[in-house]
Design a protein around this ligand. Structure first.
Ligand code: LLP
Length: 425
């Protein structure tokens, strides 16, 4: 998690910045991002996966500073819309190191990707093949990968499992749609089929599903070699690397993953008589999740119907994950020392839904009161990027903390921002 150091009793610092002071200076809710921790995580990936192209999945969190950090640490980028692509490129990311994803790429997504010259496009449906070929016109060839459904189920919640038939992503191996798409791509001279892609799910904490998917991919590569005489050179295993949201929860062991992927790939390729392809991975959450901390201020505390509720000034508009995936966080009191005994407290947001719960029955000091600051660790991924305008609360700012200084990356959304688009009609 974001490197925390103890300051005065009851205070905590991330990136050398006191959480209590940050809450005061930037107001709440606010998201802090530990730049050093993001960079260390990028470096860990480079160290643990030395011969692998590591693409940061921008959907987890994207900002101009994040783009810079990722580039400086030597990672590539995975984007899935013209918007993510535009921000990345205008922030200085080299397009050739960007991969475009998406199950339903809009004309703007494809046109911009081709105009800017993204390195690879991951094809998710047969109609895209025709569309990309047409949009390319007389331009150069475009490197593409095909997204395959390997038939391996994994992931922290049904809504983020993408490895089997019956969900919307990719091309199935069981009904011939993958084989059909391969033939179609090979029939297009301007599409250069470099390899295969799969992404089996998100918040995965076991290595085994990755190995199972890898074996299926290598089998398909062997069939493509046998049927079409083509040896693919790239294999993208997607992202999904799980992190611990609460103390004691498992996280994916990246060292074990790297080791076993490398040996399994070597063995499977040797058995199939294939050269080992270049490996790509696309971690999002594991790069940025543990580097983020959300700070909220307690607005009310009440005991009713046998439950103690502490309601904070944010909630499902800045973090929809508990409502969507049933995830529970581990908030803690910062900014003051409390000697009170702890008490099971349900931390809820300020939104108009009973499902707006950040943490149910967590132990917090019994003297918790309005004005207190709660810090929620592991808040860096899929929170700011999934924030909404619900209840017109305004999306929180994002602040980089690094070596004792805090700098604003994304400002708070104001009421003027929120109401300005409504032109009255
Ligand atoms: N590659 C592809 C093609 C993906 O669809 C995703 C995530 C990733 C890579 C990165 O996965 P990661 O390493 O971050 O798990 N909103 C959900 C997670 C959705 C993941 C969507 N795709 C959540 O908050 O848990």
């Amino acid at each position: 998690p974001a490197s925390t150091t103890r300051l005065a009793q009851g205070d905590l610092a991330v990136g050398g910045v006191s959480l209590a002071e940050a809450a005061e200076r930037f107001s709440t809710p606010v998201y802090l991002l530990d730049e050093g921790e993001v960079r260390r995580r990028c470096r860990t990936y480079r160290d643990v996966f030395p011969d692998t192209e590591v693409l940061y999945a921008a959907k987890a969190f994207l900002s101009r500073a994040m783009v810079r950090w990722v580039r400086e640490e030597g990672l590539g980028l995975d984007v899935c819309s013209a918007g993510e692509l535009e921000l990345a490129v205008t922030a200085g990311f080299p397009p050739e190191r960007i991969v475009l994803h998406g199950n339903a790429k809009s004309p703007a997504d494809l046109d911009n990707a081709l105009r800017l010259g993204v390195g690879r496009i991951v094809i998710d449906s047969p109609s895209e093949i025709t569309r990309i070929a047409a949009a390319l016109g007389k331009r150069d060839r475009q490197k593409v990968l095909l997204r395959i459904v390997p038939g391996v189920s994994a992931g922290g919640h049904d809504k983020i499992r993408t490895g089997t038939d019956g969900q919307k992503f990719g091309l199935s191996l069981t009904d011939g749609s993958a084989q059909d798409a391969i033939e179609r791509v090979l029939g297009r001279r301007r599409l250069l089929l470099a390899g295969l892609h799969c992404h089996i799910g998100s918040q995965i904490t076991e290595v085994e599903p990755y190995l199972a998917a890898l074996r299926r991919m290598v089998e398909l590569m062997a069939r493509i070699r046998d049927h079409h005489g083509l040896t693919l050179t790239e294999l993208d295993l997607g992202g999904g690397h799980g992190v611990a949201y609460r103390p004691g929860e498992p996280a994916l062991d990246l060292t074990a993953l790297a080791h076993r992927v490398r040996t399994t790939l070597a063995e499977s390729c040797a058995a199939a008589g294939l050269p080992v392809p270049r490996l790509l991975i696309e971690p999002g959450r594991a790069v940025v999740g543990p580097a983020g901390v959300a700070l909220y201020r307690v607005l009310t505390v009440k005991r009713t119907g046998g439950t103690t509720f502490a309601a904070v000034d944010g909630g499902m508009s800045d973090n929809p994950r508990p409502a969507l995936y049933g995830v529970r966080y581990a908030p803690r009191l910062v900014g003051r020392a409390s000697t009170a005994p702890t008490h099971a407290t349900t931390v809820v947001g300020r939104h108009c839904e009973a499902g707006d719960v950040l943490a149910a029955g967590v132990e917090l000091p019994a003297d918790l009161r309005p004005g207190d600051v709660l810090a929620v660790p592991v808040a860096g991924a899929y929170q700011v990027s999934m924030a909404s305008g619900y209840n017109m609360v305004g999306r929180p700012p994002v602040v980089a903390v690094h070596q004792g200084t805090a700098r604003l990356l994304i400002r708070r959304e104001t009421l003027a921002d929120l109401s300005g688009r409504d032109i009255g009609g």
